[in-house]
Design a protein around this ligand. Sequence first.
Ligand SMILES: [Zn+2]
Ligand SMILES: [Zn+2]
Length: 350
Amino acid sequence: MSEQKTYEMLWDCKFCGAKKNLGKTHRHCPNCGAAQDPSWRYYPSDEEKVAVEDHQFVGADVICPACSTPNSAAANNCMQCGAPLASGQRAKTLEAQIKAEGQVFQVDDLQARLRQQNDAAVGQAPQAQQAKTGSIPWLPVVIGVIALLISGGVIFALTYTRSTNVYVTGHEWSREIRVEQYMSVADSAWCDSMPADAYSVSRTREQRGSEQVPDGQDCRTQRTDNGDGTFREQQVCETRYRSEPVYDDMCRYNVDRWVYSRSVTADGVSVNDRIEWPDTNISRACSSLGCEREEERGETYTLQLRGSGDTAYECPVEFDVWQATGIEDAFTLSVGITGDPRCDSLTRAG
Ligand SMILES: [Zn+2]
Ligand SMILES: [Zn+2]
């Protein structure tokens, strides 16, 4: 924001055709004496604008309800006919104009604007009617209904299950030990967050981010219609920014770490098996490069099942249940819409 200046609007006399009368100075036509019509006001070009010194802005003009003369908003009675102004309407103001730096304001084309307003007034009635009958929002309704059907279908598919009778056809067990190896691993990080035990370090300069740096100003000039025969002009400036890359040191290095290398498994198909952990052949604890160690252990016990129509299912169960279940034992099982077993519903039949 900076200082603002006030200038006269121009107006044309619609009775005698006198052009470029001054909005504030000429409340009546200097040629024929007719009252100014505020709707015939327009912005002048930059060349023709006339400054108003020490302008006291009191608001948009009030139009005399008796004789249509525009009066200062501060007046109580019409300066032309003396009628009280309390019920008078305010003068309509024009849209603000904006120009970028280096551009010039041209004079408004008043005749073109009046023609446009006239056309709009003539075309308004049938247009409004059409908008009313033709604007049933059927498309959003259809989309909404389809979305409801789809989400309803999805919820149904996710929750629908049927209960079926199954019997046990077999057992399976498996145990797994994950093995890790102590290895030299290549990695990279910003040097300020590199691990302390990194070695074989090489540094490069790389872009880590960017920052916004002020880079001059974008200014434009705005004209605003005061509605009292004048307009104010002011410059509005905004700081412009450009993006600057920010560089930092990137480190490439090696570190020695335990890394997953293999899994050792044991499995079987009988409750009578001797269930043991598999042998990883790791002989001793060590922590030099190439050494191995045992990590996570996991075990699963699975029942093989058969339902109506010879459909086969598999369900993991607790070891105790697995061990206590015999071939041909009967259960009930919930099955989803795609035939997927819901194993947490597996229940021994009555
Ligand atoms: Zn005139
Ligand atoms: Zn009057």
